[in-house]
Structure formats: C-alpha cells, structure tokens
Design a protein. Structure first.
Length: 109
C-alpha cells in the first residue's frame, strides 16, 4: 500500500510520519507539504500514487480539494487532526501519529 503524509511545510509532522513508518514492509511511505516553500511540495503525481493520504489538519484536505480537484478523492483522505505544535521526531508527536494511524494501517513492529 502506498501511504502519503501531508502537512504544511513537510518539516516536522509529515516528515516525522514518513520517518517512523517508512521501514514497514507492508507500505511504501512518502511525505509532502502544501505550502509553496515546503521541503517537498505536494504534487498531483503524489496524490495519484497514494492509496491512502493522511493529512494533519482539515485545512490540508481543503487545500488538496481546491488545488488538486482532478486528483481529489475524499475516500482516500484521512484527517489526523494533529496541530502544528511539535518539532521533528518529538516523542509526543510520534505517539500521536502511531495512535491515529493504527486503525487504518496494519503496522509491523
């Protein structure tokens, strides 16, 4: 399964998610950001590639719907509702991500 994590700048939340889930043999994992100055900018090609898309906030889902209407699939997008208040690899962020994603993905430990 191809999994895409999206936040604003792809520096903390989505990048942390990619780091912690990328070694799972059941999934291919990427991350991107919606802002013009994101570390890895979100593209339509990434949205097509993804089987499931985890966005950190509702605003990220709305940006995808607005800017990538032709690739928008509400059934593929899960809003994790994780605010932008963490640094990269913050322990609380990792726990929040693992807890939020677990119901949707079978994760190998």
């Amino acid at each position: 399964m191809n999994v895409l994590f999206v936040c604003s700048k792809n520096k903390w939340r989505s990048r942390t998610a990619e780091t912690i889930f990328r070694n799972d043999a059941n999934h291919q994992v990427k991350s991107a950001g919606t802002d013009k100055d994101a570390r890895v900018k979100l593209t339509g090609k990434q949205l097509i590639w993804a089987d499931i898309i985890f966005v950190m906030e509702y605003k990220h889902r709305d940006i995808i719907k607005e800017q990538f209407r032709e690739h928008y699939d509400k059934n593929k997008i899960i809003v994790l509702d994780i605010p932008d208040e963490y640094q990269y690899m913050d322990e609380e962020l990792i726990l929040s991500l693992e807890t939020a994603v677990k119901p949707y993905l079978e994760i190998e430990n």
